[in-house]
Design a binder for this molecule. Sequence first.
Ligand code: NDP
Ligand code: 2IT
Length: 450
Amino acid sequence: MSLPTPEAHLSTVLHAVESRNQGEPEFLQAVREVLDTLAPVLEEHPEYIETGILERLVEPERQILFRVSWVDDNGKVQVNRGYRVQFNAALGPYKGGLRFHPSVNLSVVKFLGFEQVFKNALTSQRIGGGKGGSDFDPAGKSDAEVMRFCQAYMTELVHHIGEHTDVPAGDIGVGAREIGYLFGQYRRLTHRYESGVLTGKGKGWGGAEVRTEATGYGAVFFAEEMLARAGEGVAGRRAVVSGSGNVATYVIEKVQQLGGRAITASDSSGYIVDEAGIDLELLKQVKETERARISEYAERRPGAHYVAGGNVWDVRGELAFPCATQNELDEASARELIKNGVRAVAEGANMPATPEAIELLQEAGVLFAPGKAANAGGVATSALEMSQNAARSRWDFDKSENRLHEIMRDVHELCYSASERYGKPGDYVLGANSAGFVTVAQAMLEQGVI
Ligand code: NDP
Ligand code: 2IT
């Protein structure tokens, strides 16, 4: 039986995915972006066509949907929907965050789970890919409500996770507080102290140093590697950053440590510009401690101003770090960034740039790092947390940060050499997709048809 050409095969797989997953635009966007880049890989590896690797890779191994019922502070019963999509475990236990946000639906969780498979492969940490979450909105909820929700959520999730099975962590709306409540309930339900079942734990009870900072720091390390190849750096440059949560905060911190100037942050209501450079202490006070809105920062900081609504990508900067959410940087924003002389864009968030925006940026010669490479530092450090938990050991901050730095250099190198191998040196989208894919595909091939 003769094999179809790579192009014909990719087109058949894409059509099947489109017809099977109608009404899931984010998931289809993520799959298209990967399939678009794989023809040269399949050319080199016809055995992946023969063994149906792609047909299997685009279908999650398991999808879990459940009701989460809890009682709010007024005694009213609330019902949310819980998700955990266990996408692919060829390389190790499913690994990936939980997102609590009203926009969460199956399409969003599947796109995140799909991306996670490739990202985790790029870290070389032997972790599979998964993602989960809920349409629960933590905004405006009391601590007690968040705790009761987390307990109710874990009461179902407990049946599906474990240190060798599936290891969740944080994402939008899930940070140290939520991981604490989730772990507490897991421990209560299982009667086990299974440290490695969740990552991003409190540092006093199994959480790794640098996990909090890792995603943001890692994204800046990746940008620094891209720039270094071109004989440039972060130092002395203006950075435009979106978001004001975990990832954005530590992107800003690392940009500053490397001598750059991060001048913006945003939330879903608007953005702030602080030409003097963001005051990190104030940012952390407003966002981490008080859980307030970003407008509050401008109220308290002389010289900074707040723009309600608007588009943070209108601000001029040589570096751009989208760190809020998917599809937040569109074609018009890309045009604006290019017009204003942007040199590098590194995605701290997952899929923040639309396909049209990526194309424009690449055509204009802007260095572009896709999220599955640039934000891999978070999950890589989660894997380091799992290793420390298994070994009952604890690394200090410097050792952890150095290891993260090394991993990000390796991720960059993997992506760059794959981009060369498959014909477009410096195309990090091609590099990340192909390097991640080959690692997972080879493991799937060797493990047989399952
Ligand atoms: P946080 O919850 O800490 O912060 C999210 C930030 O993004 C907030 O400023 C939030 O503003 C903003 N945001 C969220 N949704 C929207 C929206 N629909 N429109 C505009 N702004 C929005 O999350 P993280 O910082 O952890 O995550 C940010 C991104 O990074 C996500 O894409 C996540 O998947 C990705 N990521 C996170 C990792 C991690 O380790 N945490 C690892 C790798 C990637 P508001 O408060 O107004 O909602
Ligand atoms: O998107 C991501 O990589 C994360 N939210 C982190 C996942 C993890 O398991 O640390």
